[in-house]
Unconditional design. Sequence first.
Length: 310
Amino acid sequence: MAHEVLLLNQKCAHTLSLYDAQCGEELKHIRLPNYPHEFVVDSQGRYAFVGHYGILGADCIGEQGGCSVFVIDLETFEHVNTLSTWPYYRIHGLGIDDQDRLYAMSEGHNTLLLFNEPLTTTTPDLAVSSGGYKTHLFALTRRGDWAYGVNLLSNTITKFKPHDATFTPVAMIPGRKPEGNCLSADERTLFISNRDDDSIVAIDTESMSVRHSATTGRDPNRIYGDPRQRLITTNYGESSLSLFDQQLQSLGHIELDSIPIAMSFHPDGEHAFVSLKGDHIGVLNLESGKVVRRFATRAEPDVSCLLLRD
């Protein structure tokens, strides 16, 4: 019978850990260079790629941040390779396509770096401009032919081609301080949350225009699509989640007792793992809106992913 473990980055503990998803016991951990941030897992669930942001936050004046991606073997739980992104710093958003090619965003230089063979290489194969400023995150199509940069400082979303540096990015303004992002299953709609507008918008990816919009809770920093095609925003300003359908009709609001930082889903579609301020994971029943159990983590739990192990 498969055993469920939660892979969790704890950026202020500078640690990647594996937790028993049922009892919350920490099973293993790896200490990484200071302030690792986002991660993605390959198609086989064998390797994780962890971006080195390298500073606590973008308000750390005079500090350039990290310029690496760490490759973690999830079977041995060892750090097995380091990909250099120098001289491009503050690696934040990450993506992986259906060929397991890796994409890493340098927020410091608004540049997307491509690694065609991330398990064997150490340097990028291509660098492409995002076309915006302070590109924190990006959405990537499954084939990797299009990317959508989410640009905090220019208040823009930019559509560009990760494999074609001659393409001029197409920009639009979705609202103030866009950050959360999620592509629809058919990749025709990009959902964006605007932190300073307390809003979520649906953008037609062909025309790069807004189709629908709705009001969220305060300061929606992330958007997630759950296994049932619902959209959920983590509202960093009021300790809550907002739920919507694909047309941005409201499906309700869930109050939490701590600020949500990030979340991931159980494949049953009924439960989510919510990283919470106060160094906890809350296991949330999405139907009842109640946290059914919780467990302690190291400092500042962030991105997570459920893995199945024999």
